[in-house]
Design a protein around this ligand. Structure first.
Ligand code: MRU
Length: 357
């Protein structure tokens, strides 16, 4: 892995060169203080980057993992196709163990495995090139899905709206303009004056560090609040809509997103404010019927007790640190997808909209 610094914002996930090329990721753990891009040449480093949230956000994790597979397969072009295939299983299983909740990770890995199965006649070198083109297709499609989500979602916002968001569902979290933030960018591009309230998003502060950074770069008015202030700013009448991203959406529309999203949805309901999820079809897991089946990642206690290096709790205190929660479909006014808006949110409507009907 090698690093470079630049003042110019770049794409969160980027491939350079042919199938023996490299993956470049923005190290999101350093933002907003430092903008640093790192180049990846080993699958172990890609795994670490996903695990440690250097690359994060469901769609970006999927894209990074797809390129991680290509990197993991670069040393397997001289053996037999059987050897190539067994290494592919090893590499995809390994990357699948990095983070459990965002389904985009498993979706992208499955897509590369299916590509290999469908191209069993290709020799290892040609198969590696084919895997790269599939990973690139995932990245390009993600960019297009973000744009379409923005177009559909912008219709839900009116001039003068205050919009609350939680965590970061922006360009950093995807290959394009983001999901929730794409809606805000598209509304602003239509000339609507919107004001975004960004929850800080404890414990890793994706809202404070990343969402405000992105919105300020794009000159969208944004105000940072602590997570505990969301109810009060709603009560004050500052919020007309809540829009967040998602990491995994069950067939009935129950949606997992960053811890704290469920509380925000409950607050929105109490204040009669529509709560929307913005997510591409790659974030839906139709193999599970409800959100009860979504695996919730638990992270290390020091993210809470020693956030960003400073001890803020007594040594040895008991800690519970689930990274995600699940908002029931009943609390979601609509799910904004690249295929249209699912509303009301029900198993039937999820299936209908995703089929493009
Ligand atoms: O732990 P993170 O930072 O990867 O969590 C990210 C989120 O919860 C995002 O809201 C979600 O992945 C949607 S990103 C378009």
């Amino acid at each position: 892995m090698s690093a470079s610094s630049t003042a110019t914002p770049a794409r969160s996930v980027r491939w350079t060169g042919d199938e023996f090329g490299t993956l470049t990721l923005i190290d999101q753990t350093l933002l907003p203080v430092e903008f640093k891009e790192c180049e990846y040449r080993a699958v172990e480093d890609v795994w670490e980057a996903i695990k440690m949230l250097r690359v994060r956000g469901a769609p970006a994790i999927g894209c990074a993992a797809a390129y991680g597979v290509v990197i993991g397969m670069q040393g397997s072009t001289h053996g037999t196709r059987d050897e190539f295939d067994s290494r592919l299983t090893e590499v995809t299983d390994y990357l699948a163990g990095s983070r459990p909740t965002a389904v985009n990770l498993f979706w992208a890995l499955d897509r590369l495995k299916s590509t290999a199965t469908a191209n069993a006649q290709l020799a290892p070198a040609a198969m590696l090139a084919r895997l790269l083109s599939e990973a690139q297709a995932i990245e390009i499609e993600d960019r297009e899905m973000c744009a379409a989500i923005g177009r559909h979602g912008a219709e839900l916002l009116s001039n003068g709206d205050g919009v609350l968001t939680h965590c970061n569902a922006g360009g950093l979290a995807t290959a394009g303009d983001g999901t929730a933030l794409s809606v805000m960018f598209a509304a602003a591009a239509q000339g609507k004056q919107i004001h975004v309230y960004a929850d800080e998003t404890r414990p890793l502060l994706q809202g404070a560090r990343l969402t405000t950074w992105e919105l300020m770069q794009r000159e969208i008015p944004v105000t940072l609040i602590c997570d505990s202030m969301a109810g009060w700013v709603m009560q004050e009448g500052r919020i007309q809509a809540v829009i967040t991203g998602a990491d995994r959406i069950a067939a009935n529309g129950d949606s997992a997103n960053k811890i704290g999203t469920y509380s925000v949805a409950l607050l929105a309901k109490a204040h009669n404010i529509p709560f929307y999820i913005a997510a591409p079809s790659s974030t839906f897991d139709l193999s599970i019927s409800t959100g009860k089946e979504i695996p919730i990642e638990e992270r290390k206690s020091d993210e809470i007790t020693h956030g960003f290096g400073r001890q803020t709790a007594p040594e040895g205190v008991n800690v519970y640190n689930p990274a995600f929660d699940v908002t029931p479909a009943t609390h979601i006014a609509g799910i904004i997808t690249e295929k249209g808006i699912i509303s009301p949110v029900s198993t039937e409507n999820v299936a209908r909209v995703l089929k493009g009907r």
